[in-house]
Design a protein around this ligand. Structure first.
Ligand code: HEM
Length: 354
């Protein structure tokens, strides 16, 4: 019904590729999705090389390592004149808007946008990398990689399964619960009454590469760090509480802290809820700033970015105290088509509709 890597328990490693379509014929796009679907199924099942093509070989004999491979389609692909077909433009989902520019954005073109995406997640980084490498090789002549992002997330540690981001805070506390079908159908999956019909069972993904000003962050007090989020650093408890799961009382939190700006808990803000599934990144050293090139590859899934990601990020860009310590260097949005049955291919509902 749905693609993998969305509600799947989060694996330890990510390899994410954004690609540009170089072909203009819809037949080439269809062939690409057919080949990608077959190869992805095989890679996820057994980690085995796709038949009929040489595999690069760096995972021969490895287990699949919980590999999930998901595919998405960016808004640029639907633009008039982008492909030979004007029918494709007519099938563009309205929620798949080009993201507006948000205050403070420092987006780099080489980390932004894309016609297609592949998200490979696995517990072994080499298995995730291998999947992207071989799927990109299958695409040669039809699509080329525009940008690539790796990420990692430590397994839950100790009692209570603690997970922390690179600012040292527990992350994921008040996320939607991927196992809660009601929450997923209300907030994540495109429903039977939603348009276009080919997206039903799918979702929309927004990714943001967010750099952390680690030097700056490390030089401020614990008190300043905690008021940035409205939670305690070690325990994850909200201000006024003692444990991570304690309820948030907005009256006790600084109004500009991250968790209040991300979820103001006012009437109506309930409809903005998103499923977060982000990975940390550490991409070496940025000599221009004398800082680590590290941060969060923020990833979220939702039913309609126009009423979910965009209003949240608009508020965060204007008022979130965390702005002081972070800046966005990459961004993209993708329609994630529904899952497939045996013998079908990802994107089939779209390509059959045109
Ligand atoms: C580097 C950037 C970011 C960091 C380090 C970060 C970190 C955190 C932390 C530590 C929490 C509290 C624990 C939790 O509930 O998971 C949190 C909550 C949250 N964040 Fe972020 N975040 C970042 C960017 C974003 C962005 C870009 C968005 C959305 C546009 C976002 C949306 C949320 C939401 C919705 C919550 C839950 C708030 C609640 O309901 O209490 N975050 N984040």
């Amino acid at each position: 019904v749905h693609q993998v890597g969305i509600t799947t328990p989060q694996q330890g490693h990510l390899c994410f590729a954004s690609l540009d379509l170089v072909a203009v014929r819809l037949e080439d796009l269809r062939r690409l999705f057919v080949q990608w679907t077959k190869s992805a199924a095989r890679l996820m099942d057994a980690g085995a090389p796709p038949t009929g093509r040489a595999d690069s070989g760096e995972t021969v004999g490895f287990p699949p390592s919980s590999l999930t491979i998901g595919f998405g389609i960016g808004p640029e692909l639907f633009r008039a004149g982008r492909t030979e077909s004007t029918v494709l433009t007519a099938q563009a989902p309205r929620p798949l808007v080009e993201l507006p520019s948000f205050r403070g954005d420092q987006l780099e073109p080489s980390r932004t946008g894309g016609d297609l995406c592949i998200q490979a997640c696995a517990d072994d980084p080499q298995v995730a990398f291998h999947a992207i490498r071989n799927l990109a090789s299958i695409a040669r002549g039809t699509a080329t990689i525009r940008w690539l992002q790796g990420g990692f997330r430590s397994p839950p540690a100790g009692e209570g399964g603690i997970r922390r981001n690179l600012l040292g805070f527990r992350d994921g506390t008040n996320n939607l619960d991927p196992a809660n079908e009601h929450q997923m159908s209300a907030n994540v999956w495109v429903g039977d009454e939603d348009e276009p019909a080919w997206m039903r069972g799918g979702t929309y993904m927004v990714v943001r590469r967010i750099r952390m000003r680690t030097e700056h962050w490390d030089s401020v007090s614990l008190e300043e760090q905690e008021r940035t989020f409205g939670r305690r650093k070690v325990s994850g408890a909200p201000f006024g509480g003692t444990t991570e799961s304690d309820p948030v009382d907005p009256a006790r939190l600084p109004p500009d802290c991250h968790i209040i700006q991300a979820n103001p808990r006012t009437p109506g803000s309930e409809s903005e809820r998103i499923l977060r599934r982000s990975y940390s990144f550490a991409d070496g050293f940025d000599a221009r700033f004398g800082e680590l090139d590290a941060g969060l590859f923020f990833t979220c899934f939702q039913r309609d970015p126009r009423r979910q990601f965009i209003p949240i990020q608009t508020r965060l860009a204007e008022h979130d105290h965390l702005r002081e310590y972070t800046f966005h260097t990459g961004s993209a949005i993708f329609a994630i088509p529904p899952g497939v049955r045996e013998g079908e291919y990802i994107g089939q509902t779209l390509l059959e509709a045109v």
